[in-house]
Design a protein around this ligand. Structure first.
Ligand SMILES: [Zn+2]
Length: 74
């Protein structure tokens, strides 16, 4: 059953070495390798209409969205 284990690697969000899943953003269509907790954070953020990380917010969000995102992250 080794095929069912997700690969270990460096999470692109928190930078920790963990088991990763590929999250594909609906906003920019880019895959991100995220650990389980960051994966669920990203899903919740997208469901709420937010960006999944700072780079995406910077490159794809409107100014209002960026301001809101920064406000909620601080
Ligand atoms: Zn993570």
């Amino acid at each position: 059953m080794t095929g069912t284990l997700p690969p270990l690697g460096r999470c692109q969000h928190c930078g920790q070495r963990r088991a990763l899943s590929t999250h594909r953003s609906v906003r920019d269509g880019l895959p991100r390798l995220l650990c389980t907790s960051c994966y669920s954070d990203a899903c919740l953020a997208e469901e709420a209409g937010h960006c999944v990380d700072f780079r995406q917010a910077f490159e794809h969000a409107t100014d209002d969205e960026l301001t809101g995102w920064l406000g909620s992250a601080l």
